[in-house]
Design a protein around this ligand. Structure first.
Ligand code: BES
Ligand code: MN
Ligand code: ZN
Length: 499
């Protein structure tokens, strides 16, 4: 995890240092604390705004070096657009965009958390702080030479606020959630020679430090459970597969848990149905679902969420090999249902089939949500803006959509139904692992649904949102950490009384 920015809160009255960041909107006015700091420099800002046709639009800013009349090195005036229309998800972007403006060389930064109309609310300030950390993240563990053009930020950021203790209180849990996002990104960004199933299980085991109970199942244990689908994928690799069960019991004793399940294909070559070489390196990120579950468990445990949660991840490497499974093979899942393998590259659903069943049967969760970089087809349908949401439960779907809007981690519901389900019926087994050319994300979800045993369930296809999305205000790295903030919010809204 990178610690590029250190964040603290100070009162509005504190003297700003280094780089000063103020916010304005399309009125081009300033709030009272900002106006007080500016003092006679207000005139300078007005002239600079006129000279550069700055209109306070969202994403635009004024950048004034060595501003006369101020004891700071640089003044950035950032526009927020129409400040009355700012949504919760906008504040995190404001934080991220601020980091983008700072660049290297800024040791000290003061951000005044005020809009022209009023001081910002503690929750919005916390979002800005989270945005700062998310944007400042970079994965550079394997860069041995610091580049000259290194433009990454390393700074002490003071956020000036109306109420320091309220801001600290609001930020504490958000900071934990942000840690969880960065944990997930680190896992996704690690190279596949380093992060194979056994190593992944070791990293997940570090959650024990936060009070999470972690149980690791090896090949023998999974064989005993009859997890023939997961093991069928794993058998082509010299790296053994693992299943990891993580439990955070922060709720009432005996309360049924909620379940989160992640696809953890540490590398997906496609197996015998091998993928083309172009961009295959990105398939190190085929464990983004599992990374999200680990990041989420980190977040929930770190902020001591008052809820019982089970996190479950199926970890394998999908390789072509003399011992790899073949198209035509039939595997028997833990549920007893059989699956004919048509394409060994449709491996994620095989892994999830056994883990979903295990979680449904063992824990009887209130609901379960799985995350998986499952299909290229979901990227064709939804791009990188929405994860595909498939569910047997309208209420859970609605809650996920709301959490998506609150966090900016959006979901879009896709259909399920008997006509799609029929497409995976097989001549030789109970089902086959692909459903033909059309509706590829849906037939994948239909297979998963056959293993949830009636549990209220949602599947998030994060192939587009979890890895390789274009740089955004809050992320410039390959792994996005998508899903951690979404599901952390789902849990918060579900249990912590907002709804
Ligand atoms: N891991 C891939 C899906 C994927 C592709 C994720 C690109 C992220 C980026 C998955 O295992 C896969 O290979 N799916 C196949 C299914 C097909 C063989 C039915 C696909 O989408 O092509
Ligand atoms: Mn695949
Ligand atoms: Zn895959």
């Amino acid at each position: 995890m990178s610690d590029a920015v250190k964040i603290g809160f100070v009162p509005f009255s504190a003297a700003p240092k280094g780089v000063l960041v103020l916010f304005t909107d399309e009125s081009l006015k300033f709030g009272s604390a900002s106006a007080k700091i500016l003092g006679s420099a207000t005139e300078l800002v007005k002239r600079a705004a006129a000279a550069s046709r700055f209109k306070g639009k969202s994403g635009s800013s004024l950048d004034i070096l060595a501003p006369a009349g101020l004891k700071v090195d640089r003044l950035i005036v950032a526009g927020t657009g129409k400040s009355g229309e700012l949504k919760p998800e906008d504040y995190i972007k404001i934080g991220g965009a601020t980091v983008a403006r700072l660049k290297s060389g800024a040791d000290a930064v003061t951000i005044v958390a005020e809009l022209p109309t009023a001081a910002m609310h503690p929750a919005d300030i916390a979002s800005i702080a989270a945005g700062l950390r998310l944007r400042a993240y970079s994965f550079d563990r394997y860069k041995t030479k610091k580049k000259d053009d290194d433009s990454r930020l390393k700074a002490n950021v003071s956020i000036a606020v109306a109420d320091v203790s309220a801001a600290r209180k609001a930020f504490a849990p958000v900071d934990s959630t942000t840690d969880g996002v960065l944990v997930a990104r680190d896992l996704v960004n690690e190279p596949p020679n380093v992060l194979y199933p056994e190593e992944f299980a070791k990293r997940a085991s570090q959650l024990r430090k936060l009070g999470v109970k972690v149980e690791v199942f090896d090949t023998k244990a999974m064989t005993r459970l009859g997890m023939g689908a997961l093991l069928g994928v794993a058998q082509g690799s010299v790296r053994e597969g693992r299943m990891v069960i993580m439990r955070w019991d922060g709720g009432k004793k005996g309360d049924k848990p909620v379940g989160f399940v992640g696809k953890g294909v540490c590398f997906d070559t496609g197996g015998i149905s091998i993928k083309p070489a172009g961009n295959m390196e990105e398939m190190k990120g085929d464990m983004a679902g599992a990374a999200c579950v680990v990041g989420l468990m980190h977040a929930l445990a770190a902020r001591k969420a008052r809820v019982n949660v089970v996190g479950a991840i199926g970890l394998v490497e999908n390789m072509p090999d003399g011992n790899a499974q073949r198209p035509g093979d039939i595997v028997t899942t833990m549920s007893g249902q059989t699956i004919e393998i048509i394409n060994t590259d449709a491996e994620g659903r095989l892994v999830l089939a056994d883990v979903l069943w295990y979680v449904a049967k063992t824990f009887k969760p209130k609901f379960m949500v799985d995350l998986a970089t499952l299909t290229g087809a979901i990227m064709v349908a939804l791009g990188t803006e929405h994860a595909g949401l498939f569910s047997n439960n309208d209420e859970l779907s609605e809650r996920l959509a709301l959490a998506g809007r609150a966090t900016g981690e959006h979901v879009w519901r896709m259909p399920l139904g008997p006509a799609y389900d029929k497409l995976i019926d097989s001549k030789f087994a109970d089902m086959k692992n692909t459903g033909g050319r059309y509706g590829g994300s849906i037939t994948a979800a239909q297979l998963l649904q056959r293993f949830v045993d009636g549990t209220p369930w949602a599947h998030l296809d994060i192939a587009g949102t979890g890895i390789g999305a274009p740089a955004s205000d809050i992320n410039t790295s390959f792994g996005t950490g998508y899903g951690v903030r979404l599901l952390d919010r789902l849990v918060a809204d579900y249990y912590e009384g907002k709804k």
